[in-house]
Design a binder for this molecule. Structure first.
Ligand SMILES: *Cc1c(COP(=O)(O)O)cnc(C)c1O
Length: 424
């Protein structure tokens, strides 16, 4: 599949997608970013680099990921056939590893020995830590101190992969402060350090680069559909920063069909602070944040606003510039799904199909289900399951079976206290 990847390393025009994108960085980082840009566009034309990437994708990530015809769900809906790209079956449980491995391999090729990243919920940190362990690179992950406290399972996993997790105590002690800290580190370390950005955003060339590494999702899906002779009516993906969506859509964006639908987090409602909908929600506007121009949720002072969603991965105030542009032109349609709708879709598909979506991906599932219902039998809708739901047990279990889960945690804590007591 590497042969037809090269045309997919599309280069945006001077880093812009319509009015969005660009490279708004302090002067000190300009040469570091230009070095990455030059190395990336040479690497994707190099057959040896692409062959090594292909090899790791197969043996380490577990690609290609399957395309499932959700026959039971389709029958129950009574409309279009639903297909699920099971991207969450990739190593570390989500699509993020595609990008982490691609950029880490580039870092190695550039002679860097150290990789830094920032993470909110911890999923990008986990993927980066695994990629660095595989490729023999030192890994440092910046994480807001509040997120470190909330996301201990992911912190433990990153440390298991040998990464150093640095809690950030400045500002609101969440993702945006971790991003600032990572930029600060990089300004003093770019000689031997690569900054690995986790979604299709940030200063150019990161949106081009992340889209390229994630486009493997769309290319596989296109081939898998063609093998079965299925012509899809629509492709549906959830949108946080936008990397799984832009990678899934990439082989189709230049065509007029199929319909491409991005689903944002509708949270608990459409009001300010209740959601994370940058394309369709209240409080969304154009701004320049974290090195790029796009649509952001900002408050009246132009500061990054609070967002809300049951899914940590969609809970981000900005959207990647290319998706913002595709939304503006109308090529990508945007919808939102609420916390409740996502949870309903998740349990419906788990029970009828035996597949548990990540909470992020369940937003796409909710929109795909209502679209499939409205279409005639014989049509096909494809949803990207960007991640699997195992990681969300600490969120779903307290909602779905609160009393049992609370009793379980109390017993666990009592057992830890008792064994500590016995050791003294
Ligand atoms: C991080 C994450 C997302 C959101 O990120 P994008 O860059 O928008 O793809 C979606 N799904 C899962 C499972 C994630 O971990």
């Amino acid at each position: 599949m590497s042969a037809d990847e090269r045309p997919n390393a599309r280069r945006s025009e001077a880093g812009y997608f319509g009015p969005y994108g660009g490279r708004y960085v302090p002067e000190v980082l300009r040469s570091a970013i230009e070095e990455i840009e030059a190395a990336f566009f040479v690497a994707v034309e190099d057959a040896a680099f692409m062959a090594e990437l292909e090899h790791i994708r197969a043996d380490f990530i577990g690609r290609p990921t399957p395309l499932l015809h959700a026959a039971n769900v389709s029958r129950l809906l009574g409309g279009a056939d639903l297909y699920i790209k099971l991207e969450g079956y990739a190593h570390t449980g989500a699509h993020k590893i595609n990008n982490a491995i691609g950029q880490a391999l580039l870092a190695k090729r550039m002679g860097k020995r150290r990789v830094i990243a920032e993470t909110g919920a911890g999923q990008h940190g986990v993927a980066t830590a695994a990629a660095c362990a595989k490729l023999g690179l030192e890994c440092v992950v910046y994480m807001g101190a509040v997120d470190v406290d909330r996301q201990q399972p992911n912190v433990a996993t990153m440390e298991l992969y040998g990464a150093t997790v640095v809690p950030v105590h400045s500002g609101s002690r969440t993702l945006k402060d971790a991003i600032n800290e990572a930029f600060r580190d990089w300004a003093g370390s770019f000689g031997d350090t690569f900054y690995l950005i986790g979604s299709a955003l940030g200063p150019a060339p990161f949106p081009d680069m992340v889209r390229t590494f994630q486009s493997v999702i769309g290319r596989e899906t296109k081939a898998q559909l063609a093998e079965r002779g299925v012509v899809p009516e629509a492709l549906v993906a959830c949108v946080g920063g936008g990397s799984n969506a832009i990678g899934f859509f990439e082989p189709f964006t230049a065509d007029e069909s199929p319909r491409l639908i991005g689903v944002e987090a509708g949270g608990i409602g459409p009001g300010k602070g209740e959601h994370a909908s940058r394309m369709t929600g209240d409080g969304a506007r154009t701004g320049i944040v974290h090195g790029y121009k796009s649509r952001f949720l900002l408050d009246d002072d132009g500061q990054v606003a609070e967002t809300r969603s049951i899914s940590a991965g969609l809970d981000y105030p900005g959207i990647g510039p290319e998706l913002a542009s595709l939304g503006r032109s109308g090529r990508v349609e945007f919808r939102r799904a609420t916390d409740v709708e996502a949870l309903e879709a998740l349990t419906f598909i788990a029970r009828s199909e035996g597949v548990v979506f990540a909470l992020e991906s369940a937003h796409a599932a909710a929109a795909a289900i209502s679209l499939a219902r409205s279409l005639r039998p014989g049509k096909a809708v494809v949803v990207n399951m960007s991640g699997r739901g195992d990681k969300d047990l600490f969120i779903t279990a307290p909602i779905l079976r609160p009393a049992e889960w609370k009793a379980f945690l109390e017993r666990e804590l009592a057992a830890i206290n008792a064994s500590e007591g016995a050791a003294k």
